[in-house]
Design a protein around this ligand. Structure first.
Ligand SMILES: *[C@@H]1O[C@H](CO)[C@@H](O)[C@H](O)[C@H]1NC(C)=O
Ligand SMILES: *[C@@H]1O[C@H](CO)[C@@H](O)[C@H](O)[C@H]1NC(C)=O
Ligand SMILES: *[C@@H]1O[C@H](CO)[C@@H](O)[C@H](O)[C@H]1NC(C)=O
Ligand SMILES: *[C@@H]1O[C@H](CO)[C@@H](O)[C@H](O)[C@H]1NC(C)=O
Ligand SMILES: *[C@@H]1O[C@H](CO)[C@@H](O)[C@H](O)[C@H]1NC(C)=O
Length: 290
């Protein structure tokens, strides 16, 4: 469909170029001149409509391509969700194997980010980028509007002015007047197209920046998730080997925590301060060396 439209657009361009010669070839009678002038103006109107169509086409294509690239990050979200499912499948058997292995899993499972968190963080990264789509095309859309308004008002006003100024009184001057209006609008179009091209280029450069941002954002979520999974796994493994490291579970094992000043500990002394002296230790007592 797009190719057909481009082809039609090019055909209109070619027609507009051949029609330009109608002014130069003007030698006929008045009636003939009227027809030629109308054709000449209509060809330019079609050409101008083609310019607007092509702006619209480029803006929409640009936005579409941008959103498609942003959307490709959905795959990273899905990969992360699959990773979390895989971890869950790996840990589940341990929770049914024994009370001991279940306790190890339950103690460290909370280190692993939830699926809801991972999904919403990924969505946040993606939506920050997709929300940029409209601001990326702001300048181009405004340039499109400016040109359309020039064609619809300025150009048409100039044509009407030619009509009221010359018309039947001087067909030659009328034709020249029209040609001047067309020339002015063509110059305006050319400058407008230069602005549009540079705005498109700027927008393309901004896309690279936004892509880098979304990539860093999703990588951050991925890295955090994978790092925490790996930490949980290694702690669960340590726990399963019976080598649980209590520096990771301060205040977790025992309700009773006994604070002891480090000066009371002397590695060279075979005897030391007895924290249980005249004290009900209960089932569990932790020492917190301060
Ligand atoms: C460009 O301008 C035309 C004419 O006003 C309008 O129909 C079209 O929606 C505009 N395109 C964009 C992307 O703004
Ligand atoms: C000149 O003016 C008359 C009356 O307003 C109109 O019918 C005719 O089409 C005009 N000629 C051109 C060349 O526009
Ligand atoms: C048409 O243009 C010629 C040359 O510029 C000028 O001499 C003549 O007065 C013009 N005719 C009218 C009706 O304006
Ligand atoms: C990945 O995450 C870990 C833990 O949060 C952090 O230490 C590390 O610096 C991160 N790596 C990168 C490349 O951001
Ligand atoms: C060893 O520690 C005990 C108890 O804190 C203390 O009474 C004793 O003096 C220490 N002995 C030496 C040689 O420092």
């Amino acid at each position: 469909m797009a190719y057909i439209k481009i082809w039609i657009f090019l055909a209109v361009l070619a027609l507009a170029n051949t029609q330009k010669t109608s002014v130069e070839n003007y030698y006929g009678d008045n009636m003939h001149a009227v027809v030629r002038n109308d054709e000449y103006i209509d060809a330019h109107r079609r050409h101008y409509a083609g310019n607007i169509w092509y702006y619209d086409f480029q803006i929409n294509k640009f936005k579409e391509a941008y959103l498609e690239r942003v959307n490709s990050f959905e795959y990273q979200k899905e990969a992360l969700v699959r990773e979390l499912i895989r971890v869950d499948e790996h840990l589940y058997p341990l929770t049914v194997l024994s009370d001991f292995s279940k306790a190890c899993v339950q103690k460290y499972k909370s280190l692993i980010p939830s699926m809801a968190w991972a999904k919403s963080e990924m969505d946040r990264c993606i939506s920050v980028a997709s929300n940029q789509a409209n601001s990326l095309i702001t300048y181009m859309s405004s340039t499109n509007r400016t040109l359309q308004s020039h064609y619809a008002t300025t150009f048409e006003k100039e044509l009407n002015a030619c009509k009221t100024k010359f018309n039947t009184t001087s067909p030659t001057n009328y034709t020249i007047c029209l040609a001047n209006a067309v020339a002015l609008t063509n110059t305006y179009t050319l400058n407008n197209q230069k602005s549009f091209s540079s705005q498109l280029q700027t927008a393309k450069n901004s896309v690279a920046v936004h892509m880098k941002t979304v990539q860093e954002c999703t990588f951050g979520v991925y890295n955090t998730t994978v790092s925490r999974i790996s930490e949980a796994n290694s702690r669960i493994d340590t726990c399963l080997r019976g080598n649980d490291d209590c520096s990771h579970c301060s205040g977790f094992y025992c309700q009773e925590v006994f604070s002891m000043h480090h000066s009371l500990i002397d590695p060279q002394n075979a005897t030391m301060f007895n924290p249980f002296y005249r004290r009900e230790a209960g089932k569990c007592l932790m020492m917190n060396i301060v």
